[in-house]
Every structure is written in structure tokens, then in C-alpha cells.
Write a protein that binds this ligand. Structure first.
Ligand SMILES: NC(=O)c1ccc[n+]([C@@H]2O[C@H](COP(=O)([O-])OP(=O)(O)OC[C@H]3O[C@@H](n4cnc5c(N)ncnc54)[C@H](O)[C@@H]3O)[C@@H](O)[C@H]2O)c1
Length: 251
């Protein structure tokens, strides 16, 4: 992979699931990685494990729905690791609810984290990339926005917003040397997916997997591998795309 491993990577939601898989892969490639997440204990545990393996990592407790917290985290990233070159906007929540009784508060929290959180994550990082005339942004959206999702209209709406934001930024930032793409996963075996299964909101993951052409749930590593490629110099002509890493579940 043609990749400059000195480039600083920010991964939101980096303490668990897909974000942790992405953080691990970039760290293993030698990148300095800042993991931003709300879960303090998991952040400490996972960043310590990566540091013990020789990685240059920074775990920063951050709620991406709070602009002040994101900006404070970025100040720490710049001071400790350097200017931000790559951002993976991955942090997200998924909650099931009947649309007819969905509360305004539940709708608002979904939008605040999954969509406005991406706005807060991306906007303050762009100046660093523009200065370097090089940058990579990958958003993690969802197949829910492509196919629709039963009892998760607010989730699908938030992720549809992420896809529209991704495409628009791809146009706006291309002249600055910054590519912007989205990966909309389908079913990935993570604590989030297992929590939905445990709550009876979705069938067992192994049952859902039988409906996927490649008959298994995705892994965080599957998503991380595509992410790494999109953030390499080899992907310099790919922007504004939905890269479906989903075992063929949506074509
Ligand atoms: N797992 C799947 O099947 C699947 C499918 C499609 C899309 N996705 C998307 O992938 C992304 C990662 O999901 P995952 O399955 O790894 O979930 P996960 O719950 O394992 O990890 C998500 C992480 O994001 C963090 N987070 C949540 N809200 C945050 C906030 N406000 N600020 C900072 N961090 C916050 C959580 O603490 C957690 O560590 C999400 O955006 C999710 O919507 C997942």
C-alpha cells in the first residue's frame, strides 16, 4: 500500500467495534492515531493496548455532538501528534423505535450524534488538510440509508444525511487535494450489532448472515481494509463514492 505512515489519523468512535478495527489497522501501519470516543474506560484500555504494542496513539474522551469537545480534542491532537491528515467519521448510535411513537428527543439525539457529529468532526479538521494540500475523509454511513430500515427511520435518515454530506464535500474539497468517501456497512459483528441482537431488535446475526450472498457478518477488519485503501495515495482518483463493503447484501 502506498501510504505515508507519518500522516495523523483521527478516528471517532475509536474505542469499539468498527472504529477500533480502523484504529488498530492504521496504528499497525505506523500512523499516529487519535481515538475519540465517549467511553472513557474502553478508550483507556484500547489505547493502552495499542501503545504497549508500540503504536503512537492518543485516546481522547469526546462527545462528537459537542463542538467544543471536538475542538478541544483536535487541539490536543495537533499538540501531541501533529496536523490532522486523515479523518474517519465513524462514531454513531443505532436505536430501534416505532416511527409513530418516536419522541422528538430520540429523533434529535440521533441527528445530533450521527449527522451533526459528523459535521463537528469534519469541519474543524479541513484547514490542516488544506494547508498540506492533501487530505482523506471517510465517513461510515449505513446500508440503512440505501435500503431503508424497519423501525430505524431516524437512524436511516441520519445516515442518508451523511451520504449527502459526503458527496457534497467531495465536490467542495476536491480542489484542495482532499478526497471524501463513505462506507455504508450492512451487518458488522460489533458490540452495537450484538446489543441489538440481545435486545431482540434484530434476529441473531448468524440468521441475518444467511441472507447475505457472502454468508457471514462483516468484521471491523473488512471495513478497516477498505478504509486504509481509500486513505492511501493509490485512491487519489476516488472521491464522492459509496464503497459498499457488505458481502453483497446491497448492490
Ligand atoms: N455494526 C453494524 O452492523 C453497522 C452497520 C452499519 C453501520 N454501522 C455504523 O458503524 C459505526 C460504528 O458502529 P459499531 O457497530 O462499531 O458500533 P459500536 O457501538 O461498537 O462502536 C461505536 C462507538 O462510537 C462511540 N460513540 C457513540 N456515540 C458517540 C458520541 N456522541 N461521541 C463519541 N463517540 C461516540 C461509542 O462509544 C462506541 O465506542 C456507526 O456509525 C454505525 O452506525 C454499523
Amino acid at each position: 500500500m502506498t501510504i505515508n505512515s507519518k500522516r495523523v489519523v483521527v478516528v471517532t468512535g475509536g474505542a469499539s467495534g468498527i472504529g477500533l478495527g480502523i484504529s488498530k489497522l492504521f496504528a499497525a501501519s505506523g500512523h499516529p492515531v487519535a481515538m475519540l470516543d465517549m467511553q472513557e474506560a474502553a478508550l483507556e484500555r484500547e489505547s493502552a493496548a495499542l501503545a504497549a504494542a508500540g503504536a503512537k496513539v492518543l485516546g481522547l474522551k469526546t462527545d462528537v455532538s459537542d463542538r467544543g469537545q471536538v475542538e478541544a480534542a483536535y487541539a490536543a491532537v495537533r499538540k501531541t501528534l501533529g496536523p490532522i491528515a486523515i479523518v474517519i467519521a465513524n462514531a454513531g448510535i443505532s436505536v430501534s423505535a416505532d416511527f409513530r411513537t418516536l419522541s422528538i428527543e430520540a429523533w434529535q439525539r440521533m441527528i445530533d450524534v450521527n449527522l451533526t457529529g459528523v459535521f463537528h468532526t469534519l469541519q474543524p479538521a479541513i484547514a490542516d488538510m488544506a494547508d498540506a494540500k492533501w487530505g482523506r475523509i471517510v465517513t461510515i454511513s449505513s446500508q440503512a440509508a440505501q435500503s431503508g430500515a424497519q423501525d430505524r427511520a431516524h437512524y436511516a435518515a441520519s445516515k442518508g444525511g451523511v451520504i449527502g454530506l459526503t458527496r457534497s464535500l467531495a465536490r467542495e474539497l476536491a480542489p484542495l487535494g482532499i478526497t471524501v468517501n463513505t462506507i455504508p456497512p450492512s451487518l458488522v459483528d460489533t458490540p452495537l450489532a450484538r446489543a441489538g441482537e440481545a435486545a431482540g431488535q434484530v434476529p441473531p446475526l448468524e440468521v441475518i448472515a444467511q441472507m447475505i450472498p457472502i454468508q457471514r457478518p462483516g468484521t471491523p477488519e473488512d471495513i478497516a481494509n477498505a478504509c486504509e485503501f481509500l486513505c492511501s495515495d493509490k485512491a487519489s482518483y476516488i472521491t464522492g463514492q459509496e464503497i459498499n463493503v457488505n458481502g453483497g447484501s446491497w448492490m
